[in-house]
Structure formats: structure tokens, C-alpha cells
Design a protein around this ligand. Sequence first.
Ligand SMILES: Cc1cc2nc3c(=O)[nH]c(=O)nc-3n(C[C@H](O)[C@H](O)[C@H](O)COP(=O)(O)OP(=O)(O)OC[C@H]3O[C@@H](n4cnc5c(N)ncnc54)[C@H](O)[C@@H]3O)c2cc1C
Length: 557
Amino acid sequence: MDADVIVVGAGLAGLVAAHELTSRGRRVALVDQENAANLGGQAFWSFGGLFLVDSPEQRRLGIKDSLDLAWSDWQGSAGFDRVDDEDSWAVRWARAYVEFAAGEKRSWLEGHGIKFLPTVGWAERGDLRAHGHGNSVPRFHIAWGTGTGVVEPFVNHAKQAARDGLLTFYHRHQVDALVIEDGHARGVRGTVLAEDNSARGVRSNRDRLGDFELTAQAVVVTTGGIGANHDIVRRYWPERLGTPPGEMVTGVPAYVDGRMLDISAEAGVRLVNRDRMWHYTEGLQNWDPIWPGHGIRILPGPSSLWFDALGRRLPDPCLPGYDTLGTLKYLRTTEDIAGYDHSWFILTQKIIEKEFALSGSEQNPDITAKDRVGFLKTRVLGKGAPGPVDAFLRKGADFVTAPGLEELVEKMNALTDKPLLDAAEIRRQIEARDLQIANPYSKDAQVQGIRNARRYIGDKLGRVATPHRILDPEAGPLIGVKLHVLTRKTLGGIQTDLDSRALGVDGDPIEGLYAAGEVAGFGGGGVHGYNALEGTFLGGCLFSGRAAGRAAARQTG
Ligand SMILES: Cc1cc2nc3c(=O)[nH]c(=O)nc-3n(C[C@H](O)[C@H](O)[C@H](O)COP(=O)(O)OP(=O)(O)OC[C@H]3O[C@@H](n4cnc5c(N)ncnc54)[C@H](O)[C@@H]3O)c2cc1C
């Protein structure tokens, strides 16, 4: 045998599983199709937002959260409707995960040296129904170091285990088959890929050098989702979200190719909930791309006005930062706009300075470098938009600015094949909205939402601009942003039990086979159900990777 356990995929889930195994003395073969520079996978690029419930950070900010409230929110968002079948394990994973987030998660992360910003973000504010989708309270805790800081301790553990002779890295080894004999996972087969010294995140070659086979007592599959493979995204795009856009930007590196899902199915593994995915409607073309079609997601505060391709304001709950898939559904199923791939934000300089954050470790260099003083200077005390946001404003292909609305709309129209926007019609809608600003109450749901958000001190200080008229020249210039659909997360995948054991098509665990992280729908084959509360993906990798590592260690003990 080449190892006690083979872990396929050196992203966060695989690294956590490997750590659990090597810290119990098991020998691990860590196999990945990419080079050593890519250790950590997507988590390295991520923003490092983590879903925690009733944390000290929340309490300090006056947020009253509880396991009951979080569980109610999770169920409202997930909408599990296949509990006797595809959701049977997912729903159990969901409960266990929310308990983890309300309990041990924070101290376990702290034990690994991971600390959090004092402010807590309010992601997925929801669909405006108490029993529906969304976070009733802010729960998005950003780690110092962003995702780079979350994955770093586990990268260090793997390197130390390699030095101690417990872990062997197999970089540039692409798995093409799982070896399962007599219902027991025995190893993997695949292709040794040619050396590639590309920098992290850059698409690498797929030139073949030869074949390989590795054997072990157990195999853990942690190979991520499908986000970079638009063919697979389109193949499983659900009817309820209308038609997939003709053009999408890509929110993940090219190695998030989804191949291992079909390879697992060929080996008799049960895949579930493949029609559930989590793509964003606020994607930008990156002016400085790293991977093919590289898109960046705006994490918007609540004040930008959102218009469809024909220049009509989106109805609530399709408001910035409220309901990701509700908005995607609206854009892709409304008859006269579904043929267009874009929508628009119109906002002011005053809004962009306070409300635009960009997802990704490289877009938040102060937090990634754990530079607390720099963070305070730029984000709390500083004037102007943070540097990376300002760079998009100046260099991004999707941004236009103008002192007046008519000129802005002319520039927005120049970004599409045909001029689809009517400045007078947009003016009418913005003027109506601006009339709602004079009073501290309003009939406009978005204005109500802004005022509600500002009752939370974290939003008031750092995230939500003082309510103002969009057409107030003092708040300008005006900014138009063309928004694209950005592919990111896979919510379904390999069905697993609470020990992360992969199930076969008959619903029974396959001996010695485990799956964790995004390839397993972040636990159970779809812990999120239909909708995520955000910050739950990294946590899902940690939780399911940990379960897989512990169970595989018990099996091989
Ligand atoms: C820009 C960005 C921002 C994000 N922000 C957040 C956030 O703030 N909060 C949050 O919770 N989540 C966030 N996420 C999501 C989160 O980072 C990912 O869902 C998570 O890191 C996935 O980890 P994983 O270990 O399951 O898979 P991955 O990180 O995708 O790792 C899988 C690994 O498997 C390898 N592999 C695949 N197939 C094979 C094969 N056949 N053979 C060998 N190797 C293979 C790949 O090369 C890769 O290294 C973000 C993601 C991105 C890209």
C-alpha cells in the first residue's frame, strides 16, 4: 500500500481531512492535479467569511442571535423538499452544521490561530419573509487573513506532516478513476501531468506524462465543485432558474472542473441535488484576470439601485445583498429580459465609497495581510473608495461615470450591442425613489431596508451610506455598473452520511470511501438545500473535512 489513506484534492476540505489523519498517525497520500503553488485550492482566493451564531463579536455589536433563530433561517433558506431521498442526509448535516456554528466552531478555529474582524457582515438579508430565505441578523464573520488565513494553518500542518514522513504530496497527479473492488475503495488511478510552473490560479497544462495508480485502505474525495466548467453548469441548470445566460463570468479557478463528480458516479457513487447551484448576479469582468473569464463578485451594501437590461428597477426582494437566487430567477425567467445576460446598478460616488466590497483575498489586501491599522485607515477613517474598488472604477470594463444622468445612460448604452436604456424612464424611477428620502419612513421597500440596516451599528459605521438622493450632485458623480452572472458554488454532489462516508447508488456506504467539501455539497450531498446563508462554504469544508478525516482515521486504526 502506498498510504493508509489517499486524499484526492488539496483544497481546504482535503487539507483538513489530511490534518485529522496525520495528527492521529495515519500515512496520507495527498493527490492534486495542480502544482505545489496551488495548495489550498479555492479557499486561498476566498474572502474568508464564516457563518457563526451567537458569537462574542455579534454580542458586542448588540446582535441577539441563537441556535433557534439560525436553524429557523437555515430551514427557510434550504427549503428541503426531498427529505425521504436526496435530502435525507443533507437535512441531518444541516442541523449538525448549525449546531457546530453555534457551538464549537469558533473555539476550534481559534485553536488553529484563526481570529475575526470585530465587525460582522450582514449577507443574504433575505426575501422579506420571516419564514423564508435569509439571515435575520448579521452572521458573516470575516477572518483576519481572509480565506488565505483560514487555509494557512492546514497548509502548514500538511507541510510539517510531509517533513515528518507522514504525508506525501502527489502534485500534478490527475485522478481519472476510483478503484472500488468488492464494495471497498482500494485506491485511485490517473494521469501524471507534465510539470507546470504557472503561478497560483493560472490555468495549467493538461499534457500527459504517463499513468499512475495508488493503493490505500481508504480514499477521501475532496475535489471541489463545477463552477469553472460552464458546460456542466448549463447541463444541470434547473428549469426553475429559467435559461442559463449565454455569457457568464467565472468566479473560480479552472481546476474547479467538476470532472470527479462523473468519475465518482461511474464508480457507483450516489450523486444528488445536481440541479442546486449558487451563482451570483453581481459579477464583474476582472480588469486584471488570473484565470480564464475571471469574474469578481461585488458584495453590495443595500443602497445601489438595481435595473434590468431594459432599464426597469427590479422589484423587491431583488435588492442588493438580499436574495441571490431569487434575483437570478427573476432575471432569467422574466420573459422580456431573459434574453439578456446583464443587469445594472446605478449608484453614487458616496455609495461606492462605503458600500462596495469585492469578494476575494487579492481584492482585500489589508485584511489578507492582517494589517489592522491599514484596515482602520482605509475602511473606517479613510476617504474615497478602497484601492481595489477604485481600480475597478477606473479600469473595469463594466464601469461608467458621469456628472449627470443623461450622460451616464448614454455611456451605459454604449456598453451593449443596442441602446436599450431610456434616460427619461430611468430618471422618472430615480426621482420617485429620491422623493422617499425626505422622511425617516417610506413606502419604498429598499429605502425601508436601508434605514433598517442603519439601526445595526456595524452597517451604520462601515457598510451603509447615509441615505441621500441619488440625483444629489453633492453625492456624485453618478456611476453605472454592468453586472454579469458569475458562476461559483455547487450545492449538490456526493451523498454522504454524518461520518462523510460516500454512499453508493443503493444508499449504503461504500466501505473505505469518503467525500467532503464542495464535491459533497459541503456535507450530505447538499447541506444548503436550495439557498445558502453565506459564509457557510468554508465552514462546510472544515466541518465535513474534519468528519471525513476522523472517520477514516478510525477505520484505518
Ligand atoms: C473568490 C472566492 C471567494 C469565496 N469566498 C467565500 C467566503 O467568503 N466564504 C465561504 O464560506 N466560501 C467562500 N468561497 C467558497 C469556498 O472557498 C469554496 O467553496 C471552498 O474553498 C471549496 O473547497 P474544497 O476543498 O471543497 O475544493 P477546492 O478548493 O476546489 O479544492 C479541490 C482541489 O481538488 C483538485 N482536483 C479536482 N479534481 C481533481 C482530480 N480529478 N484529480 C486530482 N485533483 C483534483 C483541484 O485541483 C483542487 O486543488 C469563495 C470562493 C472563491 C473562489
